[in-house]
Design a protein around this ligand. Structure first.
Ligand code: ADP
Ligand code: TYD
Length: 207
């Protein structure tokens, strides 16, 4: 039997490539599951039709315009929110999400699209998360962790872009936004995240 909650809870992980968010999202998912909470781990771009389309295009190569990128990410998010996130929250589950609209604000914003415009567009189709963890690392650190995932000759260009993305992440404010130092040891970050999340969830356990 899983533990019952009074409401669904949405926890989002954000940060530049290689910051460690997928690692932490998975560790949190496993921890909550071991404590018998009913949770689900999702990511964006999603595995839906728009997400698949995004993954096929190499954004790294700037194959489409920033405006077209924005449109695809928003379509993917609208579908993922409607088909996966909302139903899970309605069933009072914990949704752990690896990237959400903060990624669009930071990544497409870093390509020159107005930040407020991206935010407003996303807020009309997305759900405000309970907690957003933004893991902060220097782009050189993030890139060195995932070096073999990307083409080496483009790393300098990528680092420059990720510096802009990082600056936008660092400028984001909100009572649900928690910034963490992603250069610490995996276990240290994990412990802090678990402490914050368990304290938050405690208020909603249905006894
Ligand atoms: P992201 O999802 O942010 O792109 P991942 O979580 O997939 O990044 O991590 C990228 C790589 O870095 C993985 O090999 C992972 O094991 C490693 N890693 C994650 N967090 C840390 C950390 N805090 N310190 C050192 N290496 C890490
Ligand atoms: P992915 O392979 O999922 O990378 P990661 O493990 O870093 O999450 O690809 C996601 C890429 O797409 C990543 O570089 C960030 C980018 N992205 C955007 O530019 N805008 C968005 O709205 C989202 C969700 C991702």
């Amino acid at each position: 039997m899983s533990k019952k909650l009074e409401k669904g809870i949405l926890i989002v992980f954000e940060g530049i490539d290689g910051c460690g968010k997928s690692t932490q999202a998975k560790l949190l998912f496993e921890k909550l599951r071991s404590l018998k909470f009913d949770c689900i781990l999702l990511k964006e771009p999603s595995s839906g039709k728009w997400g698949k389309k995004i993954k096929k295009l190499s954004l790294f190569e700037n194959s489409i315009s920033p405006e077209e990128e924005l449109e695809l990410f928003v379509k993917d998010r609208e579908e993922n929110t409607r088909e996966n996130i909302k139903p899970a929250l309605q069933e009072k589950r914990i949704v752990i999400l690896d990237r959400y609209y903060f990624s669009t604000i930071a990544y497409q914003g870093a390509k020159g699209i107005n930040l407020k415009y991206i935010e407003n567009l996303n807020k009309s189709i997305a759900i405000e998360p309970d907690i957003v963890f933004i893991l902060d690392v220097e782009p050189s650190v993030g890139l060195s962790r995932i070096e073999n995932r990307k083409k080496k000759e483009k790393l300098f260009e990528r680092e420059d872009y990720l510096n802009k993305v990082r600056r936008i992440y660092n400028s984001l404010k909100g009572k649900n936004i928690i910034k963490m130092d992603g250069s610490q040891k995996i276990d240290k970050i994990r412990e802090k995240i678990e402490e914050i999340v368990l304290k938050y969830i405690e208020k909603y356990i249905d006894n």
